[in-house]
Design a protein around this ligand. Structure first.
Ligand SMILES: [Zn+2]
Length: 219
């Protein structure tokens, strides 16, 4: 149990107002169990009768038939959306728990929507923190910065088989995808594997002036 989340600041108070508000973020690479962790937390609240709303991006390959599904097989009813604006605002709707999975797919410009929701509801966001290039997904970077509490998960490295893998390597014909490869590419174990920092092969960004300067200083 993540006690930090349950210490989230009290809501505005008054009749019909939420008791719990705040933002909890679950971040990690692929195969780190983010959806399982989200489903686990939601399961803790299920018996309370509090409204639980689960949203996931329409691009998610893990969601089908209206359910958020973990790789372990557990599932939770979910709504597929393409914009966080589709999460309806309630002027006086009482306690809500709003879960957002696959948050890396949402536009960075919508981060303020999550901040506003977290003032009025308990919001739990799960998503990939970095892409195959090792660079942050901007929406995730924003919510990680704004969070009251964070769970950062890791996987077991597909190459050296040790725990603590925090990178997502994209493979094309068994070789690391080049930097220029599209940022979003649907796929599963055929295309992605978790790797630790030692085994991760960072796609070189040859046009990056800052990286070149860094390398020069190292010599
Ligand atoms: Zn490794």
């Amino acid at each position: 149990m993540h006690t930090a989340m349950f210490k989230a600041v009290p809501g505005p108070g008054g009749v019909g107002q939420p008791v719990y508000t705040g933002l909890h973020v679950i971040a990690g690479c692929m195969y780190s169990g983010k959806s399982e962790e989200l489903i686990r937390i939601l399961s803790l609240w299920k018996h309370t009768g509090i409204d639980i709303e689960v949203y996931t991006h329409g691009s998610s390959v893990q969601t089908g038939d209206g359910f958020l599904k973990s790789r372990a097989g557990t599932r939770f009813p979910a709504q597929l959306i393409s914009s966080l604006r589709e999460i309806k605002w309630r002027r006086n709707g009482g306690q809500r728990i709003i879960a957002i999975d696959e948050a890396q797919f949402f536009d960075e410009a919508e981060a303020p929507i999550i901040a506003a929701l977290a003032d009025r509801a308990l919001v739990i966001v799960a998503g990939l923190d970095t892409d195959f290039r090792g660079e942050p997904f901007q929406l995730m970077a924003a919510v990680l910065a704004m969070a009251d509490s964070v769970t950062k998960l890791s996987a077991v490295c597909a190459r050296c088989k040790t725990p603590g893998a925090t990178f997502t390597q994209r493979l094309i014909n068994g070789k690391p995808a080049p930097y220029e490869s599209p940022r979003f590419m649907p796929g599963d174990a055929d295309l992605y594997e978790p790797r630790c920092r030692r085994c991760y092969e960072r796609p070189p960004r040859v046009d990056d002036k800052n990286v070149r300067l860094f390398e020069l200083e190292e010599v």
